[in-house]
Design a protein around this ligand. Structure first.
Ligand SMILES: O=C([O-])CC(=O)C(=O)O
Ligand SMILES: [Mg+2]
Length: 412
């Protein structure tokens, strides 16, 4: 049996390099076909679009495409490895968009010197696509980049590592809290990591009812407190008025650990200090902050989640980004706003509470799955995700006034 490294390299190398390709949707066999697809016929839609720019949605694939754009500055939990090294992940996102939501994606890797250069590059090409999914861009630049692009682009712009991760984390965490009989309003939450995902997760948890003063966020220097100086404005919002300095200080009596940092940063000793019935989301990819094996051995009362496909409770943005874009594209939303994000949280969360179809059990190889400590969040291959999450998002877009189209019949 080949090890996972060789299997993964072979998967990417064969049968052809990479894992996506482009397909033709219209006939291109005869002279007649070519005279329609290309010169002279192609001039007709050109003239229509020149006269009425919205016709681009009628005569081109724009409305069903998303650009997946990265600069490779924060690839998974692996760090700043440059634009080209991010390409397998971006092709992977394209694979997931297509497989789960039938959205066509182009992966784009941008080499740049300044934030302004990156923003200009993306803004200048944004109209080619139905939406922009920003991926694996490091903090704090990602916040500025997303803000500037939302302001400049007519199509929705969504930084997946912030909001996709936050939406899935919130969905899983609300379910885990329910199972552990804890309330989000009073839960003590430790967030290890202060990057894009961390800041967005804690922001969204507050919107879902968490208490800011119960949140302890840590960066490489330790707990972010009001005693520290030199914090950027994104971290400053989470500065806690506390004497806790280290993870060991902060983790004492914590109900929830959210790791969005790097491998093996939470020890069994630290885990042992958590409150009864703790919730541990070790979401660093590919290697979690603590292994599920160690958590189950140390704390049998814990609910454990990771970002990986090969353990139960996969808290990974794949449960969100294909479907939030499906919903947004279907009603031609001009942005992805908070109402749409919260609708996605509720839809993902609710789906985990329903009975699991045979088809999902077959795909996961599980004998049974039922809402509980080992199943707090749906599986990515659950086809109901697309129906339910996209519908909830599209409906929220229409109701919050950011949709250019009415709710399609398939969602009514
Ligand atoms: O790709 C994944 O598995 C999730 C993700 O966006 C990341 O870790 O940056
Ligand atoms: Mg990512």
């Amino acid at each position: 049996m080949l090890d996972i490294r060789q299997q993964a390299l072979d998967y990417h190398a064969f049968p052809s390099p990479g894992k996506i390709s482009i397909e033709i949707t219209s006939p291109a066999e005869t002279t007649q076909d070519l005279s329609l697809a290309y010169s002279p016929g192609v001039a007709e839609p050109v003239r229509e679009i020149a006269q009425n720019p919205e016709d681009v949605y009628k005569y081109t694939a724009k409305g069903n495409t998303v650009a997946v754009i990265s600069n490779g500055t924060a690839i998974l939990g692996l760090g700043n490895l440059g634009p080209m090294a991010s390409k397998p992940v971006m092709e992977g996102k394209a694979l997931l968009f297509k497989r789960f939501a039938n959205i066509d994606s182009f992966d784009i890797q941008v080499k740049h010197n300044t934030v302004e250069e990156f923003v200009a590059t993306v803004a200048n090409i944004a109209d080619s696509f139905g939406g922009i999914n920003l991926e694996d861009i490091k903090a704090p630049e990602c916040f500025e980049i997303e803000r500037a692009l939302i302001a400049q682009c007519d199509v929705p712009v969504f930084h997946d590592d912030q909001h996709g991760t936050a939406i899935v984390t919130a969905a899983g965490l609300l379910n885990a809290l329910e199972i552990q009989d804890k309330s989000i309003a009073t839960a003590k939450i430790v967030c290890l990591g202060a990057g894009a995902a961390a800041i967005a997760c804690m922001d969204l948890l507050i919107k879902c009812g968490a208490n800011r003063s119960n949140i302890f966020m840590l960066d490489r220097q330790g707990v972010i407190t009001t005693r520290r100086s030199g914090l950027n404005r994104y971290k400053q919002q989470f500065a806690n008025d506390t004497d806790s300095k280290t993870l060991t200080d902060a983790i004492k009596d914590a109900d929830v650990f959210v790791g969005v940092s790097g491998p093996n940063l939470l020890s069994a000793q630290q885990l042992a200090l958590m409150a009864s019935k703790p919730i541990v989301f070790a979401c660093s990819n590919p290697d979690p902050e603590i292994s599920p094996e160690l958590v189950h051995k140390t704390r049998p009362d814990a609910i454990m989640a990771t970002g990986r496909s090969d353990y139960p409770n996969q808290v990974n943005n794949v449960l969100c980004f294909p479907f939030i874009f499906r919903g947004a594209l279907d009603v031609r939303a001009t942005e992805i706003n908070d109402a749409m994000k919260i609708a996605a949280v509720e839809a993902i969360r609710g789906l985990a509470q329903l009975a699991v179809p045979e088809k999902v059990l077959a795909a996961t190889g599980e004998a049974s799955l039922a809402f509980g400590p080992g199943y707090i969040i749906p599986k990515p291959m659950d086809e109901r995700l697309c129906e339910k999450v996209a519908k909830a998002v599209a409906t929220a877009a229409v109701e919050s006034g950011v949709a250019k189209l009415p709710l399609p019949a398939k969602y009514q």
